[in-house]
Design a binder for this molecule. Sequence first.
Ligand SMILES: CCCC/C=C/CC(=O)SCCNC(=O)CCNC(=O)[C@H](O)C(C)(C)COP(=O)(O)OP(=O)(O)OC[C@H]1O[C@@H](n2cnc3c(N)ncnc32)[C@H](O)[C@@H]1OP(=O)(O)O
Length: 359
Amino acid sequence: MRSSQEEFENAVNRVKLLKKDPGNEVKLKLYALYKQATEGPCNMPKPGVFDFINKAKWDAWNALGSMPKETARQSYVDLVSSLSSSSMSSSQVKPGADRKQQEYENLVVTSEDGITKIMLNRPTKKNAINTQMYQEIILALKAASKDNSVLTVLTGNGDYYCSGNDLTDFSGITAGEIEEKVKNNLDMLRVFVNSFIDFPKPLIAVVNGPAVGIAVTILGLCDAVYASDRATFHTPFSHLGLSPEGCSSYTFPKIMGPAKAIEMLVFGKKLTAEEACARGLVTEVFPDNTFQKQVWARLKAYSEFPANSIRISKQVIRNMEKEKLYAVNAEECSVLQERLLSNECINAAVNFLSRKAKL
Ligand SMILES: CCCC/C=C/CC(=O)SCCNC(=O)CCNC(=O)[C@H](O)C(C)(C)COP(=O)(O)OP(=O)(O)OC[C@H]1O[C@@H](n2cnc3c(N)ncnc32)[C@H](O)[C@@H]1OP(=O)(O)O
């Protein structure tokens, strides 16, 4: 829907009423869209390099090129609407309260202060990831990649961060159905891991408690990992007749060296948070009683950094090895597909289901 001149003028007036300073980047965008909407393409002579303020304004306006006046007017109205609603909601919510987004069955996703938080929410099952939760995480990452947040955080609700893949996922499946179910799950796992590889902004894991299996391997694709000193890191693939996933067969040897990676991925050594930090898998460890306070203060400070710079820097680092990561993911999924059909794996799952085996 195209905006009218009246809506545009209303938006111009609403900008003056904003309670929160939207920051220089947004102000430049508003300036440029206003000029384009009212005067058309940039018609000013380029200011000298030392005339910083006018040069920044000129650059912003000039960057809009030949954008039609009507498009600029609409973009201006849209931008002001997004600013007005965020400024209004921040004055309406209690300090520290989260703004809830789309409803998910197994996640709580909220956005506040430039941070989108994706919280795994099956605390009674130690946040084990079932098929639906995999799909919801894929959707939540897609939404977060497009929202206004600067940072995205992955964390868990309750005493666990996540107990890994839901081992009951294959229960109730008949022998005739198993191959197809495994294939479908592995196709989904590949998409799930790719959504971490492709995530365009800094993705931070706030590991509030023990982490198992895929919840650990995927940390190698996160940009920072903050852990409570209560957290542990366990990849019991061999106990379960499985093989590494989440690109860990590539990221772990790179992060901690092959010998230490094999100790975790092949021999299933469980690490404390301090040990995982010493190996480079964890960025920093915090005492559990001040964990949330310290980590969120840190993240809030980071979220105030220039959003484009942060995103572009993350992408420069990730783009170096994206193709490699896609290939590793595909290979790991293909090996795991065979493993999931092996007797070793089926016996481990049956043991868990009959409550004989725990980690
Ligand atoms: C798409 C295919 C991808 C395949 C990739 C797999 C990679 C992996 O992730 S492998 C790792 C799999 N995870 C595990 O092996 C953990 C299994 N769970 C446990 O060993 C224990 O539950 C625990 C050590 C995590 C916690 O023990 P604790 O005594 O404190 O609590 P519990 O009473 O055992 O658990 C409470 C509740 O939660 C259920 N649960 C916990 N983890 C899982 C899980 N991974 N899958 C399914 N359900 C899980 C547990 O059964 C309990 O449920 P009930 O209260 O209903 O009995």
